[in-house]
Design a protein around this ligand. Sequence first.
Ligand code: NI
Length: 500
Amino acid sequence: MHYYRPYGDFMPNLRFIGGIAWMAVTIAGCGVANPPSAQAPMPSEPTLINYVDPSAVQGLNTRTLFSGETGNLHVHAVYPAVADAPRLTEKLHGTVSEELDRFTRSGSPADTLPKPEFNVDWQLAAASPEVLGVRLRIGHSMESGWSEARTTVWYDRTKGRVLDSADLLAGRPALVTLAGIVRSELALRGPLVTPNALRPDREMFDSLGFNPRGDLVVEFDDKQVGLEVAGRVAVAVPSATAAPLLSEVGLRAQRAAVQAKKVPVPMSREEIKAASTDKPPARSSKAGSVDCARLRCVALTYDDGPGPETSRLLDILRAHGARATFFSIGSNASARPDLLRRMRDEGHLVANHGWSHRDLTMLPSIKISDQLIRTQHTIAQTIGQAPTLMRPPYGDGGIQVAAIAGRLNMALVRWNVDSEDRQDADPRAIADRTVARAEPGAIVLLHDSHSATVDAAPEILRRLSAAGYIFVTVPELYGLGEMVPGRIYESGGVSTALDR
Ligand code: NI
């Protein structure tokens, strides 16, 4: 019997990709040698899953457990919530919280540099009126480098029941059979993969999904069945072989995965460029539309959305006639394109904050580009304008990140006023700090992922307005001297030339 031999699995550091086929093509083209056993011709990479477009799922929102710096850690943890599936949301919340607790407890000395990082991103493996599948990708840095675990939680919408991936199988005998198939496939994978580590237990088979052909994709955590350099190890079991092993709900999940609306085909780099405008976009955000050399301007910037609090913030900004700059996370934006369109229509500026809020300083260039390009693509496809500004997650990004941003036609924007809102549940305190620290030309760091920040918005706007401030987008601060791609900006009128 023949099983697929996915070459992608052999490539080191493919872990972060999460199954977007076009990225695999990009990476495969970068000259990484494949071991001999992986060179069987393939029509496409069968273990790469074409995920479901989250914006097509009614009532879906994102939940941010935490995003930002906490103690000595860089943490970004987001999961989806579907309105009619509260038990699923509860389960995802529990899983992510537990993993974060475990990471926090495993601890590290307070002064470790670089800061340890914990990052959770998600995709939809399937979505139908009957079944939902959510794949969590849980990554963290350790002494030996970056490591990712994957788990796919399923939900039977007809019964309101949360399922483990193993529940897609027809009981214990099916699990044993599947383990045998997977083990003999792994045996062909070369010395980096260790098939003997495989056991037929539910824990090891906790991330099952389907590719667009309906083949069953079994994936493992980093290092679970291979050496560290093996990266993401996954096996695709052909649909016909898998079908007899699936439970009734497993068959429904397979159908749902094949039929669901998939993530949009990405734009090419040229198409993204074509969507870029020379000047910063958004009708009312044109540089020079407000004379910030003479007026008291302040640029409020909101990071880490869009999310469930964003529409309330947009209402408040509209009521005060204020414009802001939103450094949006690509993954969140793909789930809530409606909010991006509203930002554009109401005169705000949509900017790039990376795809999944990874610390860019810890990534090689190709992955930095991936974080930025995927986000650019999502934003450009949604609002018809590619962002011209980016802010690196955690504010960390020096000359290297600025140079990559520059090649993608973006300037790098930091801030000079930190509202320190993320750890503060008290809107009054957030407003007090923001108002006290504001000054003409300031770029203020805030977060629309944080509800207390949104609660603080009316007071910030009222008090700063009373002090004569006008709320503008970041490019407006710089007036007619337009913002230059590849430069670093920190506050009105101050930029750092890349090539000093
Ligand atoms: Ni952020």
